[in-house]
Write a protein that binds this ligand. Structure first.
Ligand SMILES: O=P(O)(O)OC[C@H]1O[C@H](OP(=O)(O)OP(=O)(O)O)[C@H](O)[C@@H]1O
Ligand SMILES: Nc1ncnc2[nH]cnc12
Length: 175
């Protein structure tokens, strides 16, 4: 398995979910065991030397990559969820997407102050989602030691807003 083969597993769907959006569909990669395993291994290898205590991932696609990354690193996983899903006391952040906007919540007690957190998501677009995750982790007292993505949409320049954070993406799209 190499990165060219992996990139071919992504299905690009034009004008979904709105006209003008070039949607990168990861479901076609996820249903191939070798590709899924390779992607998780690569993201985990980025996290491994960073002395990670916890992996945090946003609903829903961040769960699909974040949870196996946590498992591979032998650490816990903390979900960041769309509003109204978590039963305990939560902290909340509102954010803007490439298409639409939303809010995200995390359990207030999920991270202990000083814990080293690796945030994992499937895709970096505008960076709104990951910035919200960073904000929640910092408010909970965590230290963000890395950001890991399967895909980076370079044309949306999300990385520009992530200066100061060690950021890894496995596959990049220039357009
Ligand atoms: O960098 P951004 O512009 O914030 O966009 C990236 C986010 O958008 C997608 O999630 P989405 O909110 O569509 O939710 P889903 O995972 O439930 O499909 C994707 O999984 C990222 O989390
Ligand atoms: N272009 C895109 N493709 C897939 N997921 C996305 N999330 C935000 N923008 C996206």
């Amino acid at each position: 398995m190499d990165l060219v083969q992996l990139q071919h597993k992504i299905r690009v769907v034009h004008d979904f979910p709105e006209p003008g959006i070039s949607f990168k569909d990861i479901t076609t990669l996820l249903c191939d065991g070798e590709s899924f395993q390779y992607a998780v291994q690569q993201i985990s290898e980025f996290g491994r030397p960073r002395d990670v205590d916890l992996v945090v991932g946003p609903e829903a696609r961040g769960f699909v990559l974040g949870a196996p990354t946590a498992y591979a690193l032998g650490v816990g996983f903390v979900p960041i969820r769309k509003p109204g899903k978590l039963p305990g006391e939560t902290i909340r952040k509102d954010y803007q997407l490439e298409y639409g906007h939303d809010g995200l919540e995390m359990h207030a007690d999920a991270i202990k102050p000083g814990q080293r957190v690796f945030i994992v998501d499937d895709l970096l677009a505008t960076g709104g989602t990951i910035q919200s995750c960073i904000d929640l982790v910092l408010r909970a007292g965590g230290i963000v030691v890395g950001l890991g993505f399967l895909i980076e949409l370079q044309y949306l320049e999300g990385r520009k807003h992530l200066a100061g954070y060690e950021t890894f993406s496995l596959l990049q799209y220039a357009d």
